[in-house]
Write a protein that binds this ligand. Structure first.
Ligand code: CMP
Length: 482
């Protein structure tokens, strides 16, 4: 509840209490005077005037009792319950408390003001009335008692995701009242389910603080290796946002289907209420991972899938673009056209999704990458916080440090958008070095410069020459060059 609204409520409460207390005080203080005043109007009967004044007292004491119950309700459920349990008590519990407490207080006040009235007889004579009322309120009372039994069991709470009813309504529980459960569906609609219907139906509950799992299905062609598929999908899914790090995803074969191998990936969510977005992200990650790993989704085998690409798209065009890209990379500038073409042929093309990890700091690495399309950011972890040391664009390269020195990756590289990179391995680079020994030297300078960028020292220039000399000999040793 907003602060101003709470303040207004408090002011209203204080004013109402003051007025009711004053009225009651005046009624008690001027009791006999009031009776004297009323007697002529009541045909001179003292008992009628007394009853009338007592009835007035009952009204104001009733109002005071109501205010007291409300204050107790706010204190117990609004404050103490929230402090102890961490969430507000359900509306239904609060309402039941109010009704029971008020009825008891009212009966107490009534019997002290009218001690001669036999409440038992009153109830007995009103039994028939009660039956009629009960029949009329059958549904309402059914909901009420079903609500109480649901609350007694406490199968779910506000904030949990539940699926209920024959129509399988799914949504986040917003409120549990004496009549119905109010859920907000994932299309932002509100669905009200009667307590009595909910009590009869099975309810699937995904509690808020619980690690709830989801299943996402996909398939591959029969000739794609299951071991490779399982590894690739598990790694792709575990990095996705909202996928819990506590339990690694499980990828398993569900069926050897008609068109291909059918898999499911089971993953656990941090926030189950966002499962639609997370399912979609998981599918997206699987698509990209498949593309990089050369895996294929299965489509119905009865479909004849004929594809004839125009010549420009069939490799030559693509190969030409790769040669052009590599020729424009500054460290490869000294290479001859044949050498660049050889490098292009040896390179492998990979696509990464936005915010996907291309390489992880600390991993071993035996290849370098050229950004063919898109952008990546180079990140290191400083005091447990991730820091970006550089952003690399099309034509820039990375991953050379581990490739040329044999040391683990010095930083993580993350795709900032959908990014295509060209991976060049150890073998291809060794061939290039054998023909162009000068290349080693220019590379050692770049590596030394980047190392200083990683250390982020202000006096970075001082040791650069020594360092690049050290790197130069490390590269030569690693590649077996003289
Ligand atoms: P490597 O250590 O193999 O893996 C992480 C890569 O991040 C690293 O090679 C470099 O290519 C790149 N890198 C590290 N530091 C910098 C920097 N300061 N500027 C640009 N790129 C960097």
């Amino acid at each position: 509840m907003p602060r101003s609204k709470r303040k207004n409520k408090l002011i209203l409460f204080v004013v109402a209490t003051a007025i009711a207390s004053l009225a009651f005080y005046l009624l008690v203080h001027f009791n006999s005077e009031l009776q004297e005043l009323l007697r002529p109007q009541m045909g001179g009967l003292a008992s009628q005037a007394e009853t009338f004044v007592k009835a007035l007292q009952l009204v104001f004491l009733g109002i005071l009792a109501y205010l007291l119950v409300r204050a107790l309700n706010s204190l117990i459920f609004g404050l103490a319950f929230r402090l102890r349990q961490g969430f507000e008590a359900p509306t239904l519990v609060r309402n039941v408390f109010s009704i029971v407490a008020f009825t008891l207080l009212f009966l107490l006040i009534f019997s002290s003001l009218f001690p001669r009235v036999n409440l038992g007889a009153l109830f007995t004579t009103s039994a028939i009335f009660g039956v009629i009322l009960g029949l009329a309120l059958q549904d309402t009372l059914g909901n009420f008692f079903a609500g109480i039994s649901l609350q007694a069991d406490r199968p779910f709470q506000v904030g949990d995701v539940i699926t209920v009813g024959a129509q399988r309504h799914t949504g986040v529980v917003e409120e549990i009242t004496w009549r119905a459960i109010k859920i907000r569906t994932f299309t932002n609609h509100v669905v009200l389910i009667n307590n009595s219907s909910a009590a009869k139906e099975p309810i699937e509950v995904c509690p808020r603080g619980n690690l709830n799992a989801r299943l996402v299905l996909f398939n591959t062609l029969f000739n794609d290796s299951p071991a490779k598929t399982i590894h690739v999908v598990r790694e792709a899914v575990r990095e996705a946002d909202n996928v819990s790090e506590k339990i690694p995803p499980i990828v398993r074969i569900r069926n050897l289907g008609e068109s291909g191998v059918e898999y499911e990936v089971k993953y656990w969510l941090e926030d189950y209420a966002r499962y639609n977005d997370t399912d979609a992200l998981v599918r997206q990650r699987i698509w990209y991972a498949f593309r990089r790993a050369g895996l294929n989704f299965a489509f119905p085998t009865r479909t004849l899938h004929l594809e004839r690409k125009p010549r420009a798209e069939m490799g030559e065009g693509k190969g030409g673009a790769i040669v052009e890209r590599l020729a424009a990379v500054d460290i490869f500038a000294p290479l001859s056209a044949e050498e660049t073409a050889m490098l292009a042929k040896a390179s492998i093309n990979h696509v990464f999704a936005p915010s996907e990890l291309v390489i992880r700091a600390g991993d071993p690495g035996s290849s370098m990458f050229v950004v063919h399309q898109g952008r990546v950011s180079v990140q290191i972890t400083d005091n447990l916080r991730s820091r970006t040391v550089a952003t690399l664009n099309e034509g820039d390269f990375f991953g050379e440090m581990a490739l040329f020195t044999g040391e683990p990756r010095t930083a993580s590289v993350v795709a900032l958008e959908e990014t295509e990179v060209l991976e060049i391995g150890h073998e291809a680079m060794k061939r290039v070095f054998d023909n162009n020994p000068d290349l080693v030297e220019s590379l050692s300078h770049i590596i030394a410069e980047r190392r200083q960028g990683l250390a982020a020292r202000d006096d970075s220039t001082s040791g650069e020459t020594d360092e690049s000399a050290g790197i130069l000999s490390a590269i030569k040793r690693f590649f077996g060059l003289n």
